[in-house]
Design a protein around this ligand. Structure first.
Ligand code: NAP
Length: 276
């Protein structure tokens, strides 16, 4: 196991095992909570086994990466670190310089996973793949992947030389948004490529946590709605969920999903409450 995962875990196609539950960071370091609380929240998540951290150069113009850099200082080796390059930087020179800047903000000399944030406006996908492979050969990144790719874009990617080296596709997936179950998830699973589920609680202000079925299952388990929603997202073993929280109490609730297992009848009830 690569990074001390307590509880549910997911295997990448290169055999690396990562926790099925990580931590997002899109709005961290930007004043939603006091900075110290957000750092404490992420640090608590690491201690509880949520050792995969997702970020991107675009989040708070680098402020999320800087916050993460402070939190992981002294424990880089126990973290699986994911960042993303924005499409406007998706040229050879642009990716190289974006990667260096992300590494500097994160205070590390390698990323475990580097993703192309969106396919839109990318002029030359083969150049992106070639540059990712160069960064990998140079030890700056351990592996690479994509985000927000549909099946047509994945097909195009896999026709490019080395395109099949793609480690994951990060997409929206929650009880409130099950679109990827139709095509994208089966496509990825068939190729032994786990997906990363972003906005797994349904995003900021989502009604998922207030849903009566979710609340009833949570109450019967003595846990939180968030833990139920996250356990549901991770149920197949092919999904890495990356909820974001700047609150220690919320992170504790979320981490409980690493060891929660839903029964078939509970999954059926959730299916009925949130049809595809
Ligand atoms: N690749 C992409 O294009 C893309 C797009 C969107 C997101 N992402 C990634 O996915 C991560 C998560 O997505 P997201 O932030 O959109 O949605 P999310 O994780 O589904 O929801 C985050 C919201 O839920 C709240 N929350 C967290 N735990 C909670 C709990 N236990 N109880 C009640 N509320 C809770 C958070 O507030 P508190 O802080 O107050 O807890 C925050 O408002 C992002 O941070 C980012 O890393 C990627």
């Amino acid at each position: 196991m690569a990074v001390g995962a307590a509880g549910q875990a997911v295997s990448l196609s290169d055999g690396t095992v990562v926790p099925a539950l990580g931590q997002g960071s899109a709005r961290l370091g930007q004043g939603r909570h006091p900075l110290a609380d957000e750092e404490q929240a992420m640090s608590t998540g690491l201690s509880l086994g949520m050792t995969l951290i997702d970020t991107a150069e675009i989040y708070g113009d680098g402020r999320a990466e800087q916050l993460i850099g402070r939190v992981i200082k002294g424990r880089r080796d126990s973290v699986f670190l994911v960042s993303k390059v924005w499409p406007s930087h998706a040229t050879r020179a642009g990716i190289q310089s974006a990667c260096s800047a992300s590494l500097a903000r994160l205070g590390t000399n390698y990323l475990d996973l580097y993703l192309l944030h969106w396919p839109d406006r990318v002029k030359d996908l083969a150049e992106v793949v070639g540059t990712f492979e160069q960064l990998r050969a140079g030890g700056h990144i351990r592996r690479w992947g994509v985000s927000n790719f549909g099946v047509a874009e994945l097909d195009r990617l896999f026709r490019i030389p080395a395109g099949e080296q793609c480690a994951t596709n990060q997409v929206p997936y929650s009880l409130a948004d099950r679109k990827v179950e139709r095509e994208v998830l089966p496509w990825c699973v068939q190729r032994r490529m786990p997906i990363m589920a972003y906005s797994p609680l349904g995003g900021e202000g989502s009604s998922v946590l207030r849903n009566p079925t979710v609340q009833r299952i949570a109450a019967s388990r003595g846990g939180s709605s968030a833990a139920v929603a996250l356990t549901w997202a991770m149920r197949s073993g092919n999904v890495i969920a990356i909820p974001e929280s700047g609150s220690v109490a919320h992170v504790r609730e979320n981490a409980a999903a690493l060891t929660l297992k839903l029964e078939q009848n509970e999954l059926r009830q959730l299916d009925q409450a949130f049809p595809t």
